[in-house]
Design a protein around this ligand. Structure first.
Ligand SMILES: [Zn+2]
Length: 116
């Protein structure tokens, strides 16, 4: 798999405006289930963390983004329910990877916050 070769992708001036696929299909039905799981884990780890961890909007959203970039995405078609996510969380390895990614994100962001 070749990463980073975006030369063949043409981006229209009005993003999405003339893209037939997005006009004809509802991609809002696609949900990354990992998002919900990461946010849930982030909430519980922040509750347990000490007062030295900054919980401002900037830091917390930064932590969520960093953790989400580290875990395997779990896209599903939302009409099918949360079965896939439930199954994935039963896999200890996925639950572990979410926990680790969140712990790392909290440590990294609080060690180096985007603000002073
Ligand atoms: Zn902060």
């Amino acid at each position: 798999m070749v990463l980073g070769d975006f030369s063949k992708i043409e981006v229209s001036e009005e993003m999405g405006g003339s893209m037939a696929l997005t006009d004809n299909y509802d991609f809002d039905l696609l949900k990354n289930e990992a998002e919900q799981l990461v946010l849930y884990e982030l909430e519980s780890q922040l509750e347990a963390a000490g007062p030295e961890i900054c919980r401002c909007g900037e830091c917390v959203v930064d932590m969520a983004a960093m953790a989400l970039n580290a875990v395997k995405p779990m896209y599903r078609f939302s009409l099918l329910g949360t079965l896939y996510a439930a199954q994935a969380m039963n896999e200890q390895s996925y639950a572990d990877s979410v926990q680790q990614a969140v712990a790392q994100a909290i440590a990294r962001v609080s060690a180096n916050p985007a603000h002073d």
